[in-house]
Design a protein around this ligand. Structure first.
Ligand code: SAM
Ligand code: SF4
Length: 498
């Protein structure tokens, strides 16, 4: 049974879509797929006491036939200044073995509590999971295979860095031999000066080429590289050079991350970043990649050159298209069911000890658990769907027992009338074409998708579907950069008046 909690008063309010759209564009640094924001403020009514965590987890997983699994490994060579993820200090890498044992124990705690669930997607992420010796990854996969029911078609995905891949070819081969089939490597940018400024290892271009060769030699046919844009000192020319370099590696997929400043060491630089420039960078990348045979729907940040392949891992694809619930294991990991969202210890302090303490006491290592109303869970699914620039209407209806249009009446009309979104027969690949067999009765359209214009105004478009408490937060938030605000207002008003 899906038991959503009643919404609080703010989540029952209704705001003008045009105002929300403008607030999303104005707050472009935070109005994105990383939903929610300021949850200590906006979600505090839904936070549950520690003694209710275990029964709530058990209940929220009870009706789920299948789930996704994510294992977080928080170690890195150094912490890049731009990184938003849960990464621990270098000295804590002495505790790798202890951590990997705790991670396995956590997987066991969950399988004992929720049963041997079918798993449709499994990502090993970080941090840098390839920082740890490969025997620990093999042991972890074994344990997961023994205690969960991994789907036969499931492809495990893992992340690495150019430095590790180029210097530790045996590790990369080990991954392929243990059944991992997708690998993702962070490049970010290729300018040594910029890399230095961002506190990232400048691992020379030669290393990156070598790393790609090692990955291919190991047998990987699903190879992604990550690039980043939206840094304060990143010119259009340097961005083009980074894209060109990435293409020369001939990866199967290229994922573009717009820099998110929240909670990073360089958050003070956000105000120096001009939205118009960021939009130009996104446009340039799109044209450039499409001209070289890499495709992505408007608004989607993973470009794939393989037909019928979304380019993302099974874990992410199923999270996005089906709104699949996921269990996150490890420091700071997030877990999402139909009714709850929880965060493990460590997401704020980035410290291993509270996580170890709980595991040693055989407790679920949860720091915060929120039992949420339907309106919040719907938003979470829609925000995640925006990774692909589209919402699968049938999955939405199945999950929430309400049609998307009934749930977001005014927002949908506003988005369509302003040319931000349209109904489509999506092109997102394999999983979607199997969806087409059970064609959605909602006017025969499967997805509500961003148009090119909607992708350009991504931040405003996504905010249209946020839950009211988060919309209120955006509406009331002071903007830190007045110049950016003015430019942004002009752009936003131009689209809003059409
Ligand atoms: C968890 S990281 C793992 C990759 C690997 N550790 C590396 O750095 O090569 C996944 C990707 O997130 C992106 N990323 C990191 N910090 C980000 C931020 N603040 N905003 C947007 N994307 C970010 C980077 O492109 C990075 O490659
Ligand atoms: S970007 Fe990658 S290497 Fe850098 S700190 Fe984040 S997870 Fe670690």
């Amino acid at each position: 049974m899906k038991e959503w909690i009643e919404p609080n008063r703010t989540d029952d309010e209704n705001f003008d879509p045009k105002e929300i759209f403008l607030a999303g564009e104005r707050n472009h640094h935070i109005s994105n797929t990383a939903y929610p924001m300021a949850h200590e403020l906006t979600w505090k009514d839904y936070r549950k006491p520690n003694d209710s965590h275990k029964p709530l987890v058990e209940k929220s997983f009870e009706h789920l036939d299948s789930i996704n699994l994510y294992s977080h490994i928080p170690f890195c060579e150094t912490r890049c200044y731009f990184c938003e993820y849960t990464v621990v200090n270098r000295k804590e890498s002495e505790q790798i073995e202890e951590y990997m044992k705790a991670l396995n124990k956590e997987a066991l705690l969950y399988s004992n509590l929720i049963g041997r669930k079918k798993v449709l997607g499994f990502d090993i992420g970080g941090g840098t999971p390839s920082f740890v010796p490969s025997k620990f990854i093999a042991e972890h996969i074994d344990l997961v295979q023994n205690h969960f029911d991994l789907d036969n078609s499931l492809e495990i995905s893992i992340e690495t860095t150019p430095k590790i891949a180029s210097l530790e070819s045996v590790k990369i081969k080990d991954y392929f031999q243990m059944g991992i089939r997708r690998i993702s490597m962070g490049i970010q940018v290729t300018q040594p000066d910029l890399l230095k400024e961002l506190g990232r290892d400048t691992n020379g271009i030669a290393n990156i080429k070598k790393a790609s060769e090692v990955i291919r030699d190991a047998g990987f046919q699903k190879f992604n590289v990550d690039l980043m844009y939206g840094f304060a000192n990143q010119s259009l020319q340097s961005w083009e050079a980074t894209l060109e370099f990435a293409l020369s590696l001939n990866p199967d997929y290229i994922t573009l991350y717009r820099m998110r400043y929240k909670l990073t060491r360089i958050s003070d630089q956000a105000s120096k970043v001009d939205l118009a420039q960021v939009k130009l960078m996104a446009k340039l990348a799109k044209v450039f990649l499409q001209n070289h045979g890499y495709a992505a729907n408007p608004g989607k940040n993973t470009y794939s050159r393989l037909k019928n392949d979304t380019g993302t891992s099974h874990y992410l694809t199923r999270r996005v298209i089906q709104g699949k619930s996921y269990l996150g294991l490890g420091l700071g990991a997030q877990t999402f069911t139909d009714t709850t969202i929880s965060y493990n210890s460590g997401s704020i302090g980035k410290n291993l000890n509270p996580y170890f303490d709980k595991i040693n006491k055989e407790l679920l290592p949860i720091q915060d658990l929120y039992h949420l109303p339907r309106v919040q869970m719907m938003t979470k699914m829609v925000a995640v769907s925006f990774y692909f620039g589209e919402v699968n209407l049938q999955s939405f209806q199945d999950k929430f027992s309400i049609s998307f249009e009934d749930a977001y009446d005014q927002a949908t009309s506003y988005a369509i009338e302003n040319g931000l979104m349209k109904y489509t027969d999506s092109q997102n690949g394999i999983e979607l074409s199997s969806f087409s067999k059970q064609l959605d009765p909602i006017e025969n359209f499967k997805c509500l998708s961003l148009t090119s214009k909607g992708a350009e105004f991504f931040n405003g478009s996504i905010a249209l579907f946020y839950a009211p408490s988060i919309q209120k937060y955006l509406l009331e938030r002071n903007i830190d950069s007045s110049t950016d605000f003015v430019k942004n207002q002009k752009l936003s008003l131009a689209v809003a008046s059409k």
